[in-house]
Design a binder for this molecule. Structure first.
Ligand code: ADP
Length: 626
């Protein structure tokens, strides 16, 4: 044998191992499904490679074998898959660079509840150390040297050459001491675990099981003896090939949770079979809880591609549009070419056709949820609504298909949400617009001065609290022929003759106020929105709201500057006072100071920072003691 090398685990790996070893996680048995799933991947890979590489001849049946050894307390999982070369072992097993494990460590950095996270991820191979204190791997890649890896899950592992004859991987777990581990040496227990977690793996998972058979050598026809027989433990029929009425809800959920390492049941399962010009089988899941990297990374689970049950590709990104990337599942079509590359798929017409059909089905499922199970939909919406809004923003041509899925909080909806359709149904006879206000949250929205007057008319106002809302609304513009109108913006069309008159009469005062606030505002206007409050700050109808402007500034992402308009309430006593002072003393010191105070009030009400809070406080104190 070649020289033995000892290597230290990378820091992240150590962190992970430490959690695995010391966790009191109750689902320790997931290690089995993880190892089986790795083996199944390895079998898929060799089958796939054999299609294009003549050197690879698959003589034996592709299979996974489990061996239990009670005496030595070991569980062995062996496959005749692709195997690993020495460098692959080092790269894949000794480091946390691979998908599942990397996600896991990242999530750990953000959250400290390791136990909760373990279940959510396919942490793969490392989960072995939850049940074993020593792990051995014998592996051989085709036409390569075989490799032996050994570790006790502490700081390091050893690696050396060995003499495994056939390609594939054999993993031996030396179980920890303790009753909870003893049961893992029981054939029934293992058979059950395979049935619940790995039933649909498309390769046979075999194990020696004891069986009672009549003893043919005995004269007593009832005498039974125990024989050992190799048994295939899993059904092997992929769930999506079964007819709908043969699958229970539980089975769907179990498949979903296992395949996508999910914790919670999905919101909806879409299982469809199409035959004709294009033929395919699809099983899609709309999750009920977002993945930790929802909306962030490209490296997430999506829809996997199969052809006649043979796995082709993970997460085909151009099947479903970007905004539906939270949907998980599989599509199996005999028409897919096994050797297809991602690049070719980009343009594949078949993929496009299937994708379109599936998108339709997903949207239909969502709208039926909205209609029939409103509460559940609202919960779902609170997590995933942003994806649908992004859908409108990213594909304005799809707005008609998506707009009825939107829900918003409003001044009338309380804890519930309202759809645009419901909004329009509830509109007052004299109301011709759909009103909304962009703000940080519902609580702040309720207190905005712009709502005062409109509330008096008993109009409903939608609250736009997601950053994407305001961008989305630019593409919506109207719904059911009713214009969407923002209370964060000045709206010339609201101006009545009365307002114009007040504006003309007080043009000198207004000019003076604007001059006093030069650089800070772009315009001063007579407000039609206010009732009890003296001022509010809005932007012009072309720009974005102050709230969104502030958000963009914080993100340092293309800061935008909207035109700022200070609206003043002509029916407020403050306005009367300003008028009087201006008539008597022109643009006096007092008017200058009041201008500043009014602007700062407006800023505070919008939740924005003011330039000099101490000065503002002192000005107020002075007024109080006058
Ligand atoms: P994941 O499966 O999420 O990638 P694992 O830690 O389980 O993470 O496995 C890491 C990598 O090790 C796999 O991606 C694969 O490349 C390799 N590997 C694990 N088990 C096997 C196996 N039985 N045969 C071949 N390669 C394997």
């Amino acid at each position: 044998m070649e020289n033995k090398k000892t290597r230290t685990f990378q820091t992240e790996t150590k962190k992970m191992l430490d959690i695995m070893i010391h966790s009191i996680y109750t689902h320790k048995e997931i290690f089995l499904r993880e190892l089986i799933s790795n083996s199944a991947d390895a079998l898929n890979k060799i089958r796939f490679e054999s299609l294009s590489n003549e050197e690879i001849k698959l003589e034996d049946e592709l299979e996974i074998n489990i061996y239990l050894d009670k005496k030595n307390r070991t569980i062995t999982i062996e496959d005749n898959g692709i195997g690993m070369s020495e460098s692959e072992v080092i790269e894949n097993i000794g480091t946390v660079a691979k998908s599942g494990s990397e996600k896991f460590v990242k999530a750990l950095e953000n959250k400290n509840d390791a136990l909760e996270i373990i279940g959510q991820f396919g942490v793969g191979f490392y989960s072995s150390f939850m049940v074993a204190n020593e792990v051995e791997i014998f592996t051989k890649r085709i036409n390569d040297e075989s490799v032996y890896w050994h570790s006790e899950g502490m700081d390091d592992y050893t690696i050396e050459q060995c003499d495994k004859e056939k390609n594939g991987t054999k993993i031996i777990l030396h179980l920890r001491e303790g009753e909870e581990f003893d049961e893992l040496l029981d054939t029934y227990k293992i058979e059950n675990l395979v049935k619940t977690h790995s039933n649909y793996i498309s390769f046979p998972i075999k194990m020696d099981v004891e069986k009672q058979v009549p003893d043919e050598d005995s004269e007593d026809e009832y005498k039974m003896i125990t024989v050992i027989e190799k048994k295939v433990l899993n059904s092997m029929i992929p769930i999506w090939r079964k007819a709908k009425n043969e699958i229970t809800e539980e089975e769907y959920y179990e498949f979903y949770k296992n395949k996508f390492h999910e914790f919670t049941n999905p919101l909806e399962v879409i299982h469809t079979k199409v035959e004709g010009m294009v033929s395919y089988n699809a099983m899609l899941f709309i999750p009920s809880k977002p993945a930790f990297n929802f909306l962030m990374s490209n490296e997430k689970d999506g829809v996997d591609l199969y052809s006649k049950q043979i796995f082709i590709m993970k997460n085909v990104d151009n099947l479903l549009p970007e905004y539906l990337s939270f949907v998980k599942g599989i599509v199996d079509s005999p028409d897919f070419n096994l050797n297809i590359s991602r690049e070719v798929l980009q343009k594949d017409r078949l993929i496009k056709t299937i994708g379109k059909n599936l998108e339709k089905k997903i949207l239909k499922a969502l709208s039926s949820k909205l209609e029939k199970e409103r509460e559940e939909y609202e919960l779902w919406w609170s997590e995933f609504g942003i994806a649908i809004k992004n859908g409108i923003y990213q594909n304005p041509d799809k707005k008609d298909k998506l707009v009825d899925l939107l829900l918003f909080h409003s001044n009338k909806s309380g804890e519930k949400l309202v759809s645009l359709k419901e909004y329009v149904e509830n509109m007052k006879d004299d109301q011709d617009k759909i009103y909304y206000v962009v703000t940080m949250d519902k609580e702040r929205a309720m207190n905005l001065p712009q709502l005062e007057k409109i509330q008096d008319s008993d109009y409903e106002v939608l609250f736009f609290t997601d950053p994407v809302d305001e961008f989305m609304v630019n593409f919506l513009n109207e719904y059911d022929g009713k214009k969407l109108s923002s209370l964060n913006k000045s709206d010339e069309s609201d101006n009545s003759e009365d307002t114009k008159e007040i504006k003309e009469e007080n043009s000198d005062l207004l000019d003076a106020l604007k001059e006093n606030l030069d650089n800070k505002i772009d315009e001063i206007a007579i407000s039609t929105k206010l009732k009890n409050t003296a001022v509010c700050l809005v932007t012009d109808s072309l720009g974005i709201s102050l709230h969104t402007e502030e958000l963009l500034k914080k993100m340092q992402d293309m800061p935008m500057n909207s035109k700022k308009i200070l609206e003043i309430n002509p029916n407020h006593e403050v306005f009367e006072k300003l008028k009087k002072e201006f008539e008597e003393n022109g643009n006096s010191e007092m008017i200058k100071e009041y201008s500043e105070i009014l602007l700062n009030q407006a800023l505070i009400m919008e939740g924005l920072e003011i330039e000099n809070p101490t000065k503002f406080a002192n000005q107020i104190s002075k007024l109080m003691t006058k």
